[in-house]
Each structure stands twice: as C-alpha cells, then as structure tokens.
Write a protein that binds this ligand. Structure first.
Ligand SMILES: [Zn+2]
Ligand SMILES: [Zn+2]
Length: 250
C-alpha cells in the first residue's frame, strides 16, 4: 500500500473544533491570500480588493488544452496533439492569484495552498466526475526536500476541506525521478520539448484501464501536463483529463 495516498486517510476535523470555528475566527480571523488583511467573511479566500484581480476562465477555449480565446484546437494542439483528452483551468494566471501561488511555492507558505484549494474545489468536483482516480503532478525527491510539501496535494486537501467529493487521490503513482533544471528558467520552446520521460508511473498495473484526472497548480506552456499525461497513457491509462488552478493565456 505504499503507493496509496494519505489524503484518503484524512478525516474531517473533530466536532469540538468545528463547533469552535466561529470563536477561533474571532480570535484569529482568516487572512486574505493576497494582501494578508483580515477577511470580513471567513469563507472567502481573497478580500474584495484582491478578488477583482482574479479572472475566472469561462469563455471560449481550445477544446483540447483549454487555451483561452480559441474555438477550434489551437495551433499547439494541431501541431502536436497531447496525450490527454482535455485540459481545463479554473483561472487565468495573474493578479493576486499568481502572487499567492508564488508565495506559497517559493516562500514556503503551505497554508496558502490549502486556501487556494478552496478556489479549485468547484472545477475539481466537475472535472473529477468522470474519473476513477485523481493524480497530482509530483515534485522530484530533491524538489520535495527543498519545498517540504507538494503544493498540488495541498490544493487537493483544501478542496476536500470545503467538501469537494473526489475519487481516490493517488499521490505517489506518478513520480518525477530526476531533478530537472527549474522549468521557469527555460525558454517556452525548450519547455515544450520536455520529454515524457520526466515522469514515470509506479506499478503501471494499477493505472491500466483507468480514467485519470491529472491535477497541477499552473499550466504555462502545457509541457508538464503533456509529459505527465503521456507517462500515464504509456502505462495504460484509458483516458487522462487535466485540471489546473491557473493557466497562462495562449
Ligand atoms: Zn486582499
Ligand atoms: Zn490547444
């Protein structure tokens, strides 16, 4: 069971903590994920001033990769069709959402990932409806040691915390054996050439024939989720859908 995910073992907070939540909010009010000011409503993630910088992706998009502004497959998907069936993202990358994600990943603010997971919850629940298993994009072992947590797993935890009902989350089925150079330092064309071998699937028999939802925090060129989906399909996944919290414009 070493591949099984500890997310599935998590339970709801104890009842006495749930009952004390309003009191706790009064003692230590939740803070905006953008400006860190106390939130007037504890159920919000961003204050109204920061929330206006978030852009939900609801308009026309490439039917394959979700690139905004397209109605037919975009030129990237036409030139090199990805192995995933479809990718969707909840928000456009930018504004306070991008700042919060950067602070979470590079500033070690683990709690922010869980808050941002609340934003992902509705899209996650919709995307997971046709999937048998949810697979977060992994960090390499070295990346995990540096950061101390995988922000995608924390997003999923945050979504669960606000009631997103998900199929089993398998956090260790997809692995990233090598610590590649930070992708942020590569040019877009170099990033698009990322080989599928960046990822490997542990125990491919577990994934064979399954409908998988692959989740990541941000999609920029799409190289990471393309490589992840390719590894899953090579391992025998019947179908891979992709969901990210944010994505860059086309
Ligand atoms: Zn704010
Ligand atoms: Zn596309």
């Amino acid at each position: 069971m070493d591949w099984a995910d500890n997310l599935n073992m998590r339970t709801q907070p104890p009842l006495h903590l749930t009952l004390l939540a309003p009191l706790w909010d009064w003692v230590a009010p939740p803070l905006c994920a953008g400006c860190s000011e106390p939130l007037p409503r504890s159920r919000d993630v961003f204050c109204s001033g920061c929330a206006v910088t978030l852009e939900r992706l609801t308009g026309p998009a490439c039917p394959v990769c979700g690139a905004p502004g397209w109605r037919d497959p975009c030129h990237h998907c036409r030139r090199a069709p990805p192995r995933f069936h479809r990718a969707r993202s909840a928000y456009l990358w930018g504004g306070e959402l991008a700042r919060a994600l950067r602070r979470c990943k590079y500033g070690g603010q683990l709690d922010l990932a869980s808050s941002l997971g609340e934003l992902l919850a509705p899209a996650l629940q919709r995307a997971a409806a046709g999937s048998e298993v949810v697979v977060p994009v992994p960090l390499s072992a070295a990346g995990m040691r540096r950061r101390g947590f995988n922000q995608v797993q924390e997003l999923l935890r945050g979504a669960r915390r606000v009631g997103a009902s998900l199929p089993p989350v398998w956090a260790t089925v997809l692995t990233k054996p090598l610590d590649r150079p930070a992708q942020a330092s590569l040019s877009p064309s170099a990033r698009r050439r990322l080989p599928a071998s960046v990822f490997t699937v542990r125990r491919p028999a577990r994934i064979r024939g399954r409908a998988v939802l692959l989740v990541d925090d941000v999609m920029t060129t799409g190289a990471t989720v393309r490589a992840g989906a390719a590894a899953l399909v090579r391992a025998g996944a019947a179908r891979v859908e992709v969901l990210t919290l944010a994505r860059a414009g086309s």
